[in-house]
Write a new protein. Sequence first.
Length: 146
Amino acid sequence: MRRFEVISSWQGRGINLPARKTRLSAGYDLEAGERVVLAPGAVTLVPTGLKAYMNPDEVLQIFIRSSLAIKSNIALANSTAIIDADYVDNPTNEGHLMLPLLNRGQEPIAIEKGQRIAQGIFFKYLCTDDDNAEGERHGGFGSTGQ
């Protein structure tokens, strides 16, 4: 079942589940799980306290909120975050959604707990007819390349 949940180690910390703000919104607003200061020119992982469940033929794509990009000169370091269906409940970090934010400005920027920082959109994807992927995920970030 497609859904968001708070990871076990963040239970009771006031983490809000993502929600769409209007009936026709595609994206679920993701909030910062704690206060983080972004240093100028640096990439900082911002925790959300969340994990996402989805169907095997789906992916969660995460995009920076346009207001944050325009008003604060912040970007996702990888442009679009790709969360695979098998990332959830991995043994390294339980599938914690951590967003790599890049401060492109000249001054430190504080991201406050509960501040909406990104939008997540679920997509179905296709595989090639001759696809033969057999590997299993064994961890979090970068684990599929090991």
